[in-house]
Design a protein around this ligand. Structure first.
Ligand SMILES: Nc1ncnc2c1ncn2[C@@H]1O[C@H](COP(=O)(O)OP(=O)(O)OP(=O)(O)O)[C@@H](O)[C@H]1O
Ligand SMILES: [Mg+2]
Length: 255
């Protein structure tokens, strides 16, 4: 079982889009997948058509979330949503409250709550754009980190904070954690900056950048409002092609 956190403290880099569509790609390739939404923005929950409120395009209504599981109020078994074979542990705004809970060793709430979780090929965790308690929970439970990077902007500054956080987690909380992939997102062959960013990543983290780039694609932006993955919304789009190619590369890492 590979447990992978999608993390980058910079916002809007494609964490949620990648988590959801790689999960869907893995499912298409017959893998058993669980998505854990650890972002209080609950965007991957929403992207998968799941919501606490019954809304247009959100056919699956929920009342329990990962926050209840972390607080120990309910088991993960009762909280997991089966979305046509893809399993999802949804999130909610209240998850923000974790910062204020008077509990010691709060970084381990997720790991402890999911101790008995098994039976999946992949567990993918969508993290919020910050390095607070919520992200630390994801990094304490995960074995691997994938970092989505928008290749249109030079990412150095933000990534330093993330690398520092990973080192700190490795030293003090989870010695297994390692960065095993960088995902280049919003690639546009016409923009020169792409090349510069790619060269810079390859220099600093040799061998980590996946060869399959995710190109800029409007369908990827549209799919969330329909509560659909890119393979459901526009299976012929560039976005669907890029995510399935990337998914195969992720599976090949295991050989
Ligand atoms: N390849 C792409 N082409 C075009 N738009 C994209 C692509 N990938 C993501 N987007 C869009 O960019 C925005 C940010 O993406 P996403 O929500 O996945 O980032 P994020 O890192 O999860 O953001 P946050 O930090 O807020 O959680 C969204 O509107 C999404 O639809
Ligand atoms: Mg997100």
């Amino acid at each position: 079982m590979r447990i992978i956190a999608f993390s980058n403290n910079k916002g809007g880099v494609g964490k949620t889009t990648s988590t959801v569509n790689i999960a869907a790609g893995l499912q298409k390739l017959d893998k058993k997948v669980l998505v854990i939404d650890m972002d209080p923005q609950a965007q991957s929950t929403y992207h998968l058509g799941i919501s606490q409120k019954k809304r247009f395009n959100n056919p699956i209504k929920i009342d329990k979330t990962i926050f209840d599981v972390m607080k120990g109020e309910i088991g993960f078994q009762e909280t997991i949503i089966d979305r046509e074979g893809m399993h999802v542990l949804p999130s909610c705004t209240e998850l923000r409250g974790i910062e204020f809970l008077p509990i010691p060793a709060k970084e381990f709430l997720l790991k402890d709550a999911l101790e008995k979780l098994n039976g999946y090929d992949y567990v993918l965790i969508d993290c919020p754009p910050s390095l607070g308690t919520i992200t630390l929970n994801a990094l304490c439970y995960a074995d691997e980190i994938f970092i989505p990077v928008q290749v249109q902007f030079l990412p150095y500054h933000g990534m330093y904070n993330l690398f520092e956080a990973v080192e700190m987690v490795k030293k003090r909380l989870n010695k297994n954690i390692k960065i095993t992939g960088i995902i280049g997102t919003m690639y546009n062959a016409n923009k020169l900056i792409n090349r510069e960013v790619i060269d810079e990543i390859n220099k600093r983290l040799p061998g980590k950048l996946f060869k399959s780039m995710i190109r800029e694609n409007v369908a990827l932006q549209e799919a969330p409002s329909w509560g659909q993955t890119i393979f459901e919304y526009k299976p012929e789009s560039k976005g669907a092609k890029d995510y399935i190619t990337l998914t195969k590369e992720i599976i090949l890492q295991e050989e």
